[in-house]
Design a protein around this ligand. Structure first.
Ligand code: MG
Length: 387
């Protein structure tokens, strides 16, 4: 089973009048057409680029700047989108009924792998998959004088994007038959709908914008730059001695045990490692600098409060935690049952999803100070991104 991509990069006819073909524009150092083709690097087995004849050479040059891992063929656009798609189908080679056809507007160059995968999965299950975003505005159906005829129910209304994916055995015969009807279809799924073949909508993406208006270019630039937000990494390590008459608090959770950790604050070794990782990622020193153990204000303080303060410090420096991974090294007690609670505390205080936090516990096979149960240590790594 192969995935064939038809990339629509410009037809003739009405669109011929446009002064510049948007797909040739450069966006943050890379041409739109190149970005669109690259989006399919992990999904396509081959690709047909449908373009204006007089732009084929330019597009070939842009595409060949660095080789794509699949063969790329070229064919010329038609007078309508439908004709262009048909030309694309005719330019495909070695197509079996089980294969998947993905038809994509090259002007949607910010499409991502996840969206393409959702489309492909839907085609495998249902024979079709078109990405859509639930309508968030109210739409009106008007007549040619802009007199409102009615307001459609918004709950079932989707704004449709590309790539639109279809099983080749379903779509190709329908597309060929549609060409004989004389009806102009504005999207590919419309052809199947005309022949009463079911079409499935999959979740689209608000970033999968189509470059149409000049402001779309600046929006695309900000989306691309957003993807490239600076990311930094930090690490933290801490040790506290186990002692009698102290509470054992790890990641803000009190663990029932006859020993606890000794320290100026509540000695939450895991949160201390995390805070050092956060400060380290932002080049802000360490917790000793910000919360000195010589200060009475931090005596017996809950480290959860210090975590909140640390989070404010890194926010003030322009960063936000992206994810963290914490390892607690303790021979005893068993910490596994408390990890879900710890995850809630850390993700809650940092205001990040639980899926962005990992906490694990390990023993040292009775080796070293942790193994002799003299103390507990913790390691943390943390990435931060610009806010
Ligand atoms: Mg400490």
């Amino acid at each position: 089973m192969k995935n064939h991509v038809i990339l629509l990069a410009g037809g003739k006819g009405s669109r011929m009048n446009a002064s510049v073909n948007k797909v040739l524009l450069e966006l943050c150092g890379k041409a739109v057409i190149r970005r669109s083709a690259e989006a399919f690097i992990s999904s396509a087995d081959d690709m047909v680029i449908v373009c204006r004849e007089n732009e084929e050479k330019t597009i070939r040059n842009l595409i060949s700047l660095s080789p794509l891992p699949f063969p790329v063929h070229f064919t010329s656009g038609g007078n309508t989108r439908q004709e262009s798609v048909l030309n694309g189908i005719k330019a495909l080679t070695d197509v079996c009924d089980e294969d998947i056809i993905l038809i994509h507007d090259a002007a949607r160059c910010l499409v991502d792998y996840d969206l393409i995968s959702r489309v492909i999965e839907s085609v495998k299950l249902y024979g079709s998959g078109v990405p859509g975003i639930p309508a968030s505005s109210t739409y009106k159906i008007c007549d040619s004088d802009r007199k409102v005829l009615y307001t459609p129910d918004r709950s079932g209304l989707y704004e449709i994007q590309t790539p639109q994916g279809f099983s080749a055995g379903i779509f190709i015969p329908a597309a060929l038959k549609a060409a004989d009807t004389g009806i102009v279809f504005t999207d590919d799924a419309g052809i199947l709908e005309h022949f009463h073949i079911p079409v499935r909508v999959v979740r689209g993406s608000s970033q999968n914008i189509k470059l149409t208006e000049p402001e779309d270019i600046s929006r695309a630039v900000s989306i691309i730059k957003g993807e490239k937000k600076n990311m930094r990494v930090g690490m933290g390590y801490d040790v506290h001695r186990l002692a009698e008459g102290r509470k054992l608090i790890l990641c803000g959770v009190e663990i029932p045990y006859h020993l606890g950790l000794l320290g100026h604050s509540d000695a939450d070794v895991a949160l201390h490692a995390l805070m050092d990782a956060m400060l380290g990622a932002c080049a802000l020193g360490d917790i000793g600098k910000h919360f000195p153990d010589t200060s009475d204000s931090y005596k017996d303080i809950s480290s959860v409060l210090l975590l909140e303060k640390t989070n404010k410090l890194i926010e003030a420096a322009g960063y936000k935690v992206f994810n963290t991974d914490i390892t607690i090294v303790a021979q005893k007690p068993k910490l596994l049952p408390f990890i879900p609670q710890m995850l809630e505390v850390v993700s809650g205080k940092l205001d990040i999803p639980v899926s962005s936090v990992n906490i694990k516990a390990t023993t040292t096979e009775n080796l070293g100070f942790e193994g002799r149960m003299e103390g507990i240590s913790a390691y943390a790594v943390c990435t931060v991104v610009e806010r």
